[in-house]
Write a protein of this length. Structure first.
Length: 130
């Protein structure tokens, strides 16, 4: 599966959901999977380091980049999973593999029990109790 298939709407938008002054920091945090507070702190530091460039860049983004709500983009996708996948894809996929491996072992145990004679015996005892 390609990245475009897993994230079809992976475009940079200004955030309509988490906005203070235009939603630029919220959009950056959502796009890169950063913490919103850290993104805002870095933006303030950038403004103090070079105020004219920071204000011009911020205004340019507010004017040029469209605002969009993340709930409209993909309401069925877990935001925490997307952030984790963007920040550390290898670790996230390792966690997913581990969870599926655990589920596979549990399913194998369930299949083993259901196809065993023990299951038939337990079932017959339950029928006698009723």
């Amino acid at each position: 599966m390609t990245q475009s298939a897993t994230f079809p709407n992976r475009r940079f938008y200004r955030s309509s959901d988490s906005r203070v002054l235009g939603g630029v920091c919220g959009g950056l945090a959502e796009y890169f999977g950063f913490n919103l507070k850290v993104t805002r702190i870095l933006a303030v530091i950038g403004f103090f380091m070079n105020p004219p460039l920071g204000v011009l860049a911020y205004l340019a983004i507010v004017i040029l980049v469209p605002a969009h709500s993340t709930s409209v983009l993909e309401p069925r996708v877990d935001k925490n999973f997307r952030k984790a996948l963007r920040s550390s894809p290898a670790q996230t996929m390792s966690d997913v593999r581990r969870r599926f491996s655990s589920l596979d072992r549990r399913l194998a145990g369930l299949e083993k029990y259901v196809t065993s004679s023990r299951y038939q015996l337990d079932r017959e005892f339950r029928e006698l109790e009723h």
